[in-house]
Design a protein around this ligand. Structure first.
Ligand SMILES: [Zn+2]
Ligand SMILES: [Zn+2]
Length: 160
């Protein structure tokens, strides 16, 4: 399968403040983090391998925070490319089969569906910063009562 590896760039929308929606793999609640460094101090920080959920405090790897909608969207965006690649593989196989004694009838490639309409990101939730890692702002749903957790280190804090 190694010759079928390919990567497909999928653009996900940011809200007006530059935040991207995230979903915790543990508690399945949504929040947002800033896409890229939010400020000069953040630019100096090393890239993190994992982050802590601001809502339940559980850590997960940096690629574990896709929302259901983002995964569905990525799948839709990727599907035509995957189908083309598989089609090319099937062609190769059929080409290998052709000989004077074998007649291969292969119907046309599957119809490609229209590309999905892009996701949109409403400018909801409120921006908060943790006291310990204030250079990494997050957005959490409005009116959440309990303590929050620092995205960077997991330390609990309450909004003053
Ligand atoms: Zn969580
Ligand atoms: Zn912290």
């Amino acid at each position: 399968m190694s010759d079928m590896e390919f990567s497909i760039p999928v653009e996900l929308p940011l809200d007006a403040d530059g935040f991207i929606r995230r979903e915790c793999p543990h508690c399945e609640q949504q929040f947002k983090w800033h896409s890229g460094p939010a400020n000069a101090e953040a630019e100096l920080q090393p890239a993190q391998e994992s982050y802590y959920c601001p809502l339940c405090g559980q850590p997960a790897g940096r690629d574990s925070w896709w929302t259901r909608e983002q995964l569905d969207y990525a799948e839709e965006v990727a599907a035509p490319t995957v189908r083309e690649a598989m089609d090319a593989e099937v062609d190769k196989i059929f080409r290998g089969l052709k000989s004077p004694n074998i007649k291969v009838n292969r119907s046309g490639a599957l119809d490609a569906p229209d590309p999905p309409s892009p996701l949109t990101e409403p400018n909801d939730m409120v921006i908060v910063t943790s006291p310990c890692h204030a250079w990494e702002p997050i957005k959490v749903p409005e009116g959440g009562g309990g303590p929050l957790h620092c995205l960077v280190c997991g330390a609990a804090f309450t909004l003053g």
